[in-house]
Write a protein that binds this ligand. Structure first.
Ligand SMILES: Nc1ncnc2c1ncn2[C@@H]1O[C@H](COP(=O)(O)OP(=O)(O)OP(=O)(O)O)[C@@H](O)[C@H]1O
Ligand SMILES: [Mg+2]
Length: 142
């Protein structure tokens, strides 16, 4: 595998995906990009827009820093990227534009609904992606 796209929302499920994605890089001669999609902001006037943007960028950076820490520990170089919008759409589009060989994603994320194997993001990515998707279950997770 050469070009790995890893999706994270900062959850334990996503940490398992980051770990699996890093393994794919380590086992080959690939590169990994870890991606977080922030929600975006509707029509909001200043200063509310700026405040919300700062809040979202802080959250994005915190999530990606956790992934970078995992990568450092694994000794695997990664790039990180913050996208905005509908998470499945943004992930599938980036995979296409980058020519990613595989999208690595957690089966579940931050959502609290129990009992389903896939969350709405992982489910939509599997449905919409035009390339292989590795869906990673968190050990001991649902
Ligand atoms: N905003 C996001 N940016 C990047 N990756 C994401 C984002 N949200 C989810 N993911 C990826 O999708 C995986 C599954 O998360 P998903 O959101 O589908 O499940 P959930 O949060 O448990 O359920 P739901 O959001 O439907 O309530 C995560 O482990 C992560 O890899
Ligand atoms: Mg979610």
């Amino acid at each position: 595998m050469k070009n790995i796209l890893i999706a994270t929302d900062g959850s334990a499920g996503a940490a398992a995906a980051v770990s699996a994605g890093l393994d794919l890089v380590r086992d080959g001669d690939g590169t990994a990009t870890v991606v977080y999609v922030r929600e975006g902001i509707g029509p909001l006037g200043d200063p509310f827009y700026q405040r919300k943007l700062t809040e979202q960028m802080h959250e994005a950076e915190a999530v990606l820093e956790r992934a970078r820490a995992q990568a450092r520990e694994a000794g695997v170089p990664v790039e990180t990227e913050i996208l905005e919008g509908d998470a499945p759409e943004a992930l599938v589009e980036l995979a296409r534009s980058r020519g990613a060989d595989v999208i690595v994603i957690g089966s579940r994320g931050l959502g609290t609904v129990k009992g389903t194997v896939l969350g709405s993001v992982s489910s939509a990515v599997v449905h919409r992606a035009d390339r292989p998707v590795l869906v990673v279950k968190e050990p001991g997770g649902a």
